[in-house]
Design a protein around this ligand. Structure first.
Ligand SMILES: [Zn+2]
Length: 77
């Protein structure tokens, strides 16, 4: 696995951050690959998928808290 800059990616841990309208999501010690040349961090497809599911859930649940409306019709992902 190589970075798009051509650098070598090494195994490691990273802090994942995702800011949205209602919250900032930070998860520490996420398995990640880091480029030795440009320091870009990349996640495996499986990790990205899991993170995205957590974000989706947080979006939905935070919306529920903020609007007070249950969103049970959005459970089907
Ligand atoms: Zn790179």
């Amino acid at each position: 696995m190589n970075c798009k800059c051509g650098g070598v990616l090494i195994d490691g841990k990273s802090t994942y951050r995702n800011s949205s309208k209602n919250f900032t999501f930070i998860l520490e010690n996420v398995p990640a690959f880091k480029c030795m040349r440009c320091d870009e961090v990349q996640y495996s497809e499986a990790t990205k998928d899991k993170l995205q599911k957590m974000i989706n859930r947080l979006e939905r649940d935070s919306n529920e808290i903020i609007t007070g409306k249950p969103s049970s019709n959005l459970y089907d992902y």
